[in-house]
Design a protein around this ligand. Sequence first.
Ligand code: FES
Length: 63
Amino acid sequence: MKEKSAQFRVIENKSLEVSGSFEIFNAKGELLKSEGPIYLCRCGLSENKPFCDGKHKNSGFTG
Ligand code: FES
């Protein structure tokens, strides 16, 4: 098995950037991505969760 090594970076008022090597699965257990960078939604507004789709823009999200 390939060793995974991911880095996480919170982007102020935006998403969570995940880079490196990792595995992220959906609720059905299907592999979505295994390499970054990817951007995960932190604001809760994305229609493509867990990924950011840009909806945080102009939403007033602060975090
Ligand atoms: S952080 Fe970008 S849509 Fe939620």
